[in-house]
Design a protein around this ligand. Structure first.
Ligand code: FAD
Length: 480
């Protein structure tokens, strides 16, 4: 009998399995697809590098940066390129550049003078109470215009969500904490900056080969521990642990099970063994999302592309939520003399767009990039990645759902969960949550002490690692 089976070979499952193997436990990771990594897929296309899912990691997150170091990935690490000088927001059909300085908004005319004065008055606003949406919290503290013109695009572009639907306490607990502790978000940030803290999300990094480098490095350390192409269909409770039904692949027994899948799969697996947890997971939806990657000759794009990309407020009525200037963000993402951009469609704003056909999405993206950055030539590369289940929505009541899921191990000892619907969808949040899950399982199994064992780098591992031709994209194929 294994000590633990991890269901799901995305970043969460792999990072948790790594934490358990480092403690010397006998672990198996079972991944449904033919490749590991889940959302984290980097693909080379004629000298361009496309990120199908995540493209950046927060450099201020200690667990993620520690993992990069520990896995020997630091020599491959790349920070944001020097060309990233601004953030862009769509304003009345054109891009408006805002300095990355914290006072950027006060100095730009993206917001009306009244809105900028209202923003500065945040320090004097009274505290609120009760569960609020991100939109309500930000309108109350920073003013309605800032909420609609800055927070709405941020939440739409980064979290594929609607600020008027998601819970501020669940998605941005630090904002709520700053208000609670300091009476003001801006006041709290300024105080923390004086003590050397940086703005959240202000430092981002990746690796030369893209984000796919992280699951690849984890899988190399885990070696034969990882099995791909194996779908877990059911979990059954047994006297001393659990039996996992793998369909035609048979069954596997383990003392503990860590469910590291998307929430809808967790709901199915928990059905019959923990009703409250199954209901909580089923209550977390993830609307379809699509990424359109386009590569152009440099001379075919007018804009200097001197930023991370741009975000669009919902009232701008664009088809895309936001875009990244991939070749400015990191070196080596486009061949010499070329540029790469990626547009993000769908999510909670317009789920139907996330499920539109590849041809339609490419046409939408070309129109948007022509109008907003003057991309007038024919793209050399056009690739679409559909995510039929995109990012989990942290809607009102999310914290109660998470509490019901965390309690699963109390009601059903030996069952644990991790993933991107607990403490944030970012890669950094996933690896931190996964490390916590590994620690909880370690405590349940009796604890193996704190002296981690070294895991060899098994570069000849037999399971496939995402690469063109090997990728089976689940529900829908990538299409150009
Ligand atoms: C388009 C997009 C852009 C993003 N951009 C960023 C970004 O720039 N920065 C950032 O920090 N984050 C970003 N994110 C978020 C981040 O990538 C994800 O939240 C994170 O990678 C999720 O990892 P995970 O392991 O929890 O889940 P997943 O990656 O979804 O992995 C779950 C795995 O479980 C497997 N599985 C499912 N069912 C079964 C079963 N029955 N049996 C066995 N295996 C099963 C699946 O095949 C999958 O591999 C982005 C996400 C998307 C979609």
């Amino acid at each position: 009998m294994l000590d633990a089976v991890v269901i799901g070979g995305g970043i969460s499952g792999l990072a948790a399995a790594y934490g358990l193997r480092r403690r010397g436990y006998r672990v198996t990771v079972l991944e449904r697809q033919a490749h590991i990594g889940g959302n984290a897929v980097s693909e080379r296309l004629d000298g361009f590098l496309m990120e199908h899912g995540p493209s950046t990691v927060n450099a201020g997150a200690p667990v993620a940066t520690g993992l990069s170091r520990e896995l020997g990935l630091d020599p491959e690490r790349c920070d944001l390129g020097a060309g990233v000088r601004r953030r862009y927001l769509v304003s009345r059909g054109a891009l408006c550049g805002i300095s990355v300085h914290p006072l950027g908004f006060l100095c730009s005319d993206y917001l009306s003078l009244g809105a900028r004065l209202r923003l500065a008055a945040e320090v004097a606003m009274p505290r609120g109470g009760g569960e609020e949406t991100v939109a309500a919290f930000c309108a109350r503290r920073f003013g309605a215009e800032f909420a609609a013109r800055v927070i709405d695009p941020l939440v739409g572009g980064i979290y594929a969500a609607r600020a008027s639907e998601v819970s501020v306490a669940a998605l941005f607990p630090k904002l709520v904490e700053l208000e609670r502790r300091h009476g003001s978000v801006l006041g709290g940030i300024l105080r923390r900056r004086r003590h050397g803290a940086t703005m959240p999300g202000s430092r981002l990094f990746s690796w030369r080969g893209g984000i796919g480098a992280l699951p690849r490095a984890l899988a190399r350390r885990l070696g034969e521990t990882v099995q791909t192409g194996v779908t877990v269909r059911r979990i059954e409770w047994r006297r001393h642990g659990f039996r996992l039904d793998l369909g035609a692949a048979g069954g596997i027994d383990a003392r503990t099970v860590l469910i590291a899948t998307q929430p809808h799969v967790a709901a199915r697996l928990l059905d019959g063994i923990d009703g409250p947890a199954a209901a909580a997971a089923a209550g977390i939806d993830a609307p379809p999302l699509a990424v359109v990657f386009l590569g152009f000759r440099r001379q075919d794009v007018d804009h200097p592309l001197d930023g991370l990309g741009f975000l669009a407020a919902e009232d701008e009525r664009r088809t895309l939520n936001g875009a990244q200037f991939c070749s400015t963000m990191f070196a080596g993402r486009a061949p010499e003399g070329h540029v790469a951009v990626a547009g993000y469609f769908g999510g909670a704003r317009e789920p139907g767009l996330g499920a539109a056909s590849a041809d339609e999405l490419i046409a939408f993206a070309r129109r948007e990039f022509r109008d907003l950055i003057g991309a007038h030539g024919q793209p050399l590369v056009a690739r679409v990645r559909h995510w039929p289940l995109g990012l989990p929505q942290y809607r009102l009541g999310h914290q109660d759902r998470v509490a019901a899921l965390v309690d699963a191990s109390g009601r059903q000892p030996g069952i644990f969960l991790t993933g991107n619907y607990f403490s944030g969808p970012s890669v950094a949040a996933c690896v931190a949550e996964a490390a916590e899950a590994a620690a909880r399982i370690d405590r349940f199994l009796g604890g193996r002490g704190n002296v981690p064992i070294a895991l060899p780098n098994t570069s000849g591992s037999r399971h496939p690692i995402a690469g063109v031709g090997e990728i089976e994209f689940g529900e829908r194929q990538v299409s150009a």
